[in-house]
Design a binder for this molecule. Structure first.
Ligand code: PMP
Length: 417
């Protein structure tokens, strides 16, 4: 009789047993910096400035109960059934409303693919466009959750610097020229133009316009990842890249995670026909369809017309917490650190003197029961070692202040060494 190795066991012997079975791809697959931290930061005694989670206590439990019972009464058979791969029309109506609220008008429901979170769009995009060695252009730093995805498809990721106005388009053009000389055409440009995760900066209007022009001139796809656009706490709204480009070369990625509920695991892509078709086929293989239960939960809720109030409640809370974090950084981090001032979203990016390695710093921070995402997780080339991502959406005002105080004290320890 053979015995099954214990679930989740990672002993050398177990690994050896299965080693020959794994694809070559798994050798380059990396675990996400954030997911690795999830187990630790779930501990009650840890102040986590590491996650990217919304504060779902904003969503009243009674509202959830009311919507769920309405859904059960009216559409239980549909909710409990499979749905079409492209998504239910009901939820597409909500998506169109959400996009219109940010000024992206006239989206054709036929161009919308409903997905299992925005994360699935990144995966499907890579799955349908990337062969090993193909070039993806991303910002430096880039979304830490995209890093393992780019790695899994063995992309060659070229990261373009950012400043307080977002991705440097002059540098992007230089990179594109260089690649053209090498006869390499990037498969797509991945960007989070608004309230960047992790950098906390927003691409200026002139750069948005230029990026869209560059994409059209060179016929390059842009994946505009926009989970945070509606979470603006100050400054004037900017048009999405998708609205500037009219859906020619820009594929839009949206999600309900930060404006409604992350637990419904629903996002979407808006893509031109040929790209849409491939993404759809990719999704069929991945999960047949996104949960109809979740989709109808979203659409039932959106039909109540209450979502703008929910959005305001999220914004009010995060705005205040952002201010608490900025004040705490000014008080506890001292002159050796710099950090971004996000006008919205959930994150800011702090950079310490070069000699401080934030991966080491995290180990020390965990001893003090506080966590953040070390900057290296936002790069594919080992950079980012002296930076960190700090989240201000998830923990209370008091914990933000205390968390920043503890990290600041550890930074001072290092500086004094
Ligand atoms: N893109 C970015 C930039 C994100 O910050 C996130 C979530 N933190 C996602 C995509 C994926 O989100 P979800 O799958 O919950 O929609």
């Amino acid at each position: 009789m053979t015995t099954r190795p214990p679930t989740g066991s990672r002993s050398a012997r177990d690994l050896e047993r299965y080693a020959a079975l794994f694809s070559t791809r798994t050798k380059v697959m990396k675990s996400s910096a954030m997911r690795d931290l999830m187990a630790v930061i779930a501990r009650d005694d840890i102040i986590s400035l590491a996650g990217g989670a919304p504060d779902m206590t904003v969503f009243p439990a009674e509202v959830m109960a009311k919507v769920m019972s309405q859904l059960a009464a009216e559409q239980s058979a549909r909710a409990l059934q499979y749905g079409p791969t492209e998504g239910l029309e009901d939820v597409k109506e909500a998506i169109i409303e959400v996009m219109a609220a940010e000024g992206t008008i006239g989206v054709d429901p036929q161009d919308i693919l409903v997905t299992t979170g925005g994360q699935q769009v990144i995966d499907l995009f890579c799955r349908t466009l990337i062969d090993p060695g193909d070039v993806i252009i991303a910002e430096a730093p880039t979304y830490p959750g995209a890093v393992p995805c780019f790695g899994a498809y063995e992309a060659d990721v070229v990261q373009v610097e950012m400043d307080s106005d977002g991705m440097r388009i002059d540098e992007l053009e230089a990179v594109l020229d260089q690649l053209a000389r090498e006869n390499r055409r990037p498969k797509f440009i991945y960007t989070v133009p608004t309230f960047h995760n992790p950098a906390g900066v927003t691409m200026s209007l002139p750069r948005r316009k230029r990026l869209v022009e560059v994409a059209a001139e060179r016929e390059l796809l842009v994946l505009e990842d926009n989970p945070y656009g509606l979470l603006r706490y100050e400054g004037d709204p900017l048009p999405t890249l998708y609205s500037l480009d009219g859906g020619q070369f820009v594929v839009y990625l949206g999600t309900f995670s930060k404006i409604f509920a992350a637990g419904v695991r629903l996002g979407w892509a808006v893509a031109p026909g040929p790209v849409y078709h491939k993404l759809n086929i990719g999704k069929q293989a991945a999960d047949l369809c996104s949960s109809p239960l979740s989709q109808l939960f979203v659409s039932t809720y959106f039909r109540t017309g209450e979502w703008p109030q929910l959005l305001s409640a999220f914004k009010e809370r995060y705005h205040r917490r952002r201010d608490v974090m900025l004040d705490a950084l000014a008080e506890f981090f001292g002159p050796e650190a710099v950090w971004t001032h996000p006008q919205g979203g959930l994150f800011l990016w702090a950079t310490l003197p070069d000699f401080i390695d934030t991966t080491d710093l995290l180990a020390r921070a965990l001893e003090e029961n506080v966590a953040f995402v070390p900057g290296r997780g936002a790069y594919l080339d080992g950079r980012g070692g002296s930076s960190m991502r700090l989240n201000f959406s998830y923990v209370s005002d008091e914990d933000i202040r205390e968390g920043v105080r503890r990290i600041g004290a550890i930074v001072h320890e290092q500086v004094a060494l």
